[in-house]
Design a protein around this ligand. Structure first.
Ligand code: T46
Length: 147
């Protein structure tokens, strides 16, 4: 599956008197993430036991970072599935197009930030799981025919 971790810089500067000043993580489009960043959104104040997602994107690429707290994400296609724990603001999860995702176990005060390769358009979403599996099978056949 086209999903992987990206480790960003975690800059910990110190003042002249050696007092720590906290962490700074810069993220630049086409350099630190493999696309131009066209949209940023964040998800906060998610009530306990909420599961979000339940969709795939046809073309959108995204990088998810948990800036505070932690959250789990289940990324799958009809052939495999992987569960990731996002708990590090200097580590992002890249998710390529065509993968189903479900986010759950949001810790209290968690902040999930998402960098996206395109602006919001509902036409890019597949929100019905049956429709998604048909789409994913077709895509895998197209890929096999190209080889
Ligand atoms: C994804 C996961 C990680 C907008 O109007 N603009 C936006 O940019 C976005 C992302 C959403 N919306 C609207 C569409 C819905 O009416 O906000 C509402 C909630 O969106 P959705 O139910 O898709 O949210 P999640 O948390 O299930 O999924 C979101 C992203 O939509 C999705 O691309 O991969 O976060």
């Amino acid at each position: 599956m086209n999903v992987r971790w990206i480790e960003f810089k975690d800059i910990v500067d110190k003042r002249n008197d050696e007092r720590p000043m906290g962490h700074l993580t810069p993220i630049e489009g086409l350099k630190d993430v493999p696309f131009e960043i066209k949209r940023i959104y964040h998800i906060t104040r998610v009530p306990e036991n909420t599961i979000r997602g339940f969709h795939a994107h046809k073309a959108l690429e995204q990088v998810l970072l948990c800036l505070n707290g932690n959250v789990k994400i289940n990324v799958s296609d009809p052939f495999s599935k992987e569960i990731f724990v996002l708990d590090n603001p200097a580590k992002g999860l890249y998710i390529g197009p065509g993968l189903w995702r479900e986010m759950y176990d949001f810790s209290p005060a968690s902040v999930l930030m998402v960098l996206a390769s395109d602006i919001y358009t509902e036409e890019d979403y597949i929100r019905n799981y049956r429709e998604y599996t048909e789409y994913a099978y077709e895509k895998s056949k197209e890929t096999a025919n190209k080889i």
